[in-house]
Structure formats: structure tokens, C-alpha cells
Design a protein around this ligand. Structure first.
Ligand code: PEP
Ligand code: CO
Length: 418
């Protein structure tokens, strides 16, 4: 299907009041409008049919007949958009999804943090490196991680590079999927019961599904498109966008953006999310109470979750929202080593995810699955399993942002939790 019908992209985020949080400072760049126009005129990275199929896949998770695994890098780099890296990541994520599937004896729907995970929210605007204060790295979509002032400048041309990198990654992912799954895997699932060869389907009715945090409004809003079949609006930058813990204000610009699209959407739920604000979020993002529409990604941290989650679950259930519940045991458990490196301990993650499962099952709800930051090779960014202690972190610490699990650590987590 050729995509048609762009939506008017509205105004650059920097010109709005109140100013949306976590946006780049393009510094009145003269090319911003032209770049937004190019994004608006470009072919959608994903199609309306794919988005609808991804939503059906999540509906099966919401109904309790499948699980979801949302996983990948914390931040993708443009340098990784070529075929070999994309295929390696797809193979590793597919392997992990298969592992989960065999463990739980259910189909697993895989959402890769790929083809758009290029922008990062940050807690601090600057960092001090070798005595110099520099703007912080905000993802390849905004600036470069290199430690000098020119590299850290926010450059709107990077939005076009993000679009092209996303297109390249998606092409490679689709090829990889075709090579490994044939044409029969209609809903992009990895099945413990084997692949579904030969079912009736349209050519665009299968995964792989991709997801990213919809953070930079000047990148996302021009990629709104009209679904020619339904006349509805969808976001064509990814199948499954989510709002992060720092931008999930129920009446904020990011929630409004996701409320306006037909994609399945996600929302991170951190320790500061009180039950009433979560219900307001559900009302904004899932007003029709439809299974598959909204996924709540719980990242409260090992210490806070047992206190906070039961009440949130009770309120959401009472309000009648059939959400998918995922556990992100990574983002609430980040600590710094004595040398200042960000890390996470496998024990903390396992404990948080186990407690998540206990709370959901205690409420007779389906623990929908896991949201993990995981590399395709054995990095040494988190402590636990093959990474004995903090002294072993230096060997292969490669993340552009948050510390990821290696494949072996991810399997150990899955085995301990599911
Ligand atoms: C992330 O998923 O990389 C992230 C920044 O998460 P959160 O919004 O939960 O902090
Ligand atoms: Co992260």
C-alpha cells in the first residue's frame, strides 16, 4: 500500500506555550521548517495495515492468550543501521523471544526497540567531562555523543538521518524476518507451538514490530498520516510508540500526540505515578477501553514496586481499562559505581520482575511480559551472571546511554521470573 494523506504538522515544539518537556534546542535553526516538511512528505516508515496488525497482536496479550517481549538497545546509534548489525540484533531478540515462549508455553509477540530509538530523555541538561561542562547527549537524532561542544550542538538535520536510518533498519528487519519465518507468521509471533506456515494473510500482515519512545515532537508530528481505509490518524514512524516516565503528564503534549493516533501505545509508569494520575492517563490514551490499545510499562524499582503497584493495578482495573501490563525491571534500578559508571544489578531486576508477576497474578490479571534493554552480544554493562562484580564492567561497556543486559543475563532473568 502506498501511503497517502499527511496531517498538518502543527508548529515547531519550541514555539509552544507551555514548552513541552525534554525537547531539543534547535536554536532557531533556519532549516527546521524545511526538515519538518520533508518528514511530512516522506513515505511512512510503517503502514497502517502493519499498525493495525500490531495492535491485534497486543490485544491477544491483553486477553491473556499470548505474552509480549519489548526489548533492544536503550539508545540505537546511526552507525548500527546497516544490515549486518540489524540482522544480528534481530536474531538475538528473536532468540530471546523464543526462549520466553518455550518457558511459558505461549506465543510471544516481539516488539524491538529498533528503527527509531534515537532520542533520549535526560535527567540533567549538562554533564562535566574532563573538567568541561557540555550539553548532555540526547540520542543520535539530536546530537553526537562525542565529547566536544560542536558535537553536542542540537542539529535538526539529524531528524532526517534518523528517518533514513529507521528506513534502512526496517528494510533489513523485514528481509531477515522473511528469510527466517517464510510468509506464514501472520501476527509476528514467535510460537512455542511452531511457526504458522500457510495461513491466509496479506503481505503486510506480519511483524517484526518495532517501537520507540515518541519523544522529539518535531520528528514525530510530521509523521502523522491518514489511514486511507479508515480515515483515522496513525503515527507512521513506528508500530508501537510509548511515552516515557518524564513526559507522561496526562494533559501534556506527548500524551496528546499518542491520544490522537490509532497505533497501539505504551506508557511508562514510574514510582512517582500515583493511582489517580495513572487512571487519568488511561482515560486519555484508552477512552474506549479496548484490549491492545494501551500497554502500561511498570518501572518502579525493586524497593518501591511492592508498595506502589497493588494500588495502581486496583485503580486501573476498577476503571475498566483492559491494558497490557509489562514489567520494565531496568529503569527503576539504575545505580552508579564508585567510578561513576551507570549500572544495574541482575538481582534487583529479578526481584522487581518477580514481584510484578506476584502482584498481577494476585489480582488475577495476566502479567503480559517484559520490557528489557538487552544487547545482541555479551556486553558488560549490568552486574550479575557472567559479569561477576563491578570490576568486570570495564571490559565491554558499549552502551550509548543506559546499561543493557547481555544475552546470557537476559536468559537468566527470564528463567528466574517466568
Ligand atoms: C528508556 O526506556 O530508555 C527510558 C528512558 O525509560 P523511562 O522513560 O522509563 O526512564
Ligand atoms: Co533506557
Amino acid at each position: 500500500m502506498q501511503l497517502t494523506g499527511t496531517r498538518p504538522a502543527g508548529r515547531p515544539a519550541a514555539t509552544r506555550s507551555p514548552a513541552p518537556p525534554q525537547q531539543p534546542d534547535w536554536d532557531d535553526h533556519p532549516d527546521l521548517e524545511r526538515i519538518r516538511g520533508e518528514l511530512a512528505a516522506a513515505r511512512g516508515l510503517v503502514t497502517a495495515e502493519e499498525v493495525a496488525a500490531a495492535r491485534r497482536a497486543l490485544a491477544s496479550v491483553a486477553r491473556g492468550s499470548a505474552r509480549a517481549l519489548q526489548a533492544g538497545d536503550c539508545a540505537e546509534g546511526f552507525a548500527d543501521s546497516g544490515r549486518p548489525r540489524t540482522r544480528a540484533k534481530a536474531a538475538a531478540l528473536g532468540g530471546l523471544a523464543g526462549h520466553v515462549s518455550r518457558r511459558v508455553g505461549e506465543d510471544v509477540v516481539l516488539f524491538a526497540r529498533m528503527a527509531g530509538q534515537y532520542a533520549k530523555p535526560r535527567s540533567h541538561g549538562t554533564e562535566t567531562l574532563d573538567g568541561a561542562e557540555l550539553p548532555v547527549y540526547r540520542g543520535d537524532l539530536v546530537n553526537s555523543p562525542a565529547a566536544d561542544a560542536a558535537s553536542r550542538r542540537h542539529d535538526p538535520h539529524r531528524m532526517l538521518r534518523a528517518y533514513r536510518a529507521g528506513a534502512e533498519v526496517l528494510d533489513a528487519l523485514r528481509d531477515h524476518h522473511r528469510d527466517h519465518h517464510g510468509d506464514g507468521d501472520r501476527d509476528g509471533r514467535t510460537g512455542a507451538r511452531g511457526e504458522r506456515q500457510g495461513e491466509e494473510q496479506g503481505p503486510k500482515e506480519r511483524g517484526p514490530w518495532v517501537c520507540h519512545e515518541a519523544l522529539v515532537l518535531d520528528y514525530e508530528e510530521p509523521q502523522l498520516r491518514v489511514d486511507p481505509l479508515t480515515g483515522g490518524t496513525y503515527l507512521s514512524s513506528t508500530h508501537f510508540p510509548w511515552v516515557g516516565a518524564r513526559t507522561r503528564q496526562p494533559d501534556g503534549a506527548h500524551v496528546r500526540l499518542l491520544a490522537s493516533v490509532g497505533n497501539p501505545v505504551g506508557c511508562k509508569i514510574g514510582p512517582s505515578a500515583d493511582p489517580q494520575s495513572v487512571v487519568r492517563l488511561c482515560e486519555a490514551l484508552d477512552p474506549d477501553r479496548e484490549p491492545g490499545r494501551l500497554t502500561l510499562i511498570v518501572r518502579m524499582g525493586r524497593a518501591a514496586l511492592p508498595e506502589l503497584l497493588p494500588d495502581v493495578v486496583r485503580h486501573v482495573r476498577r476503571a475498566g481499562h483492559p491494558v497490557v501490563w509489562l514489567s520494565d525491571p531496568m529503569h527503576g534500578n539504575t545505580v552508579r559505581t564508585r567510578s561513576g559508571l551507570k549500572t544495574r544489578h541482575l538481582d534487583d531486576m529479578i526481584e522487581e520482575a518477580r514481584c510484578f508477576v506476584r502482584v498481577l497474578e494476585g489480582a488475577r490479571l495476566h502479567p503480559g511480559g517484559l520490557h528489557l534493554e538487552v544487547a545482541d552480544h555479551e556486553v558488560t554493562e549490568c552486574v550479575g551472571g557472567p559479569v561477576r562484580d563491578e570490576s568486570a564492567l570495564a571490559a565491554r561497556y558499549e552502551s550509548l546511554c543506559d546499561p543493557r543486559l547481555g544475552p546470557e543475563q537476559a536468559r537468566q532473568l527470564v528463567d528466574a521470573v517466568l
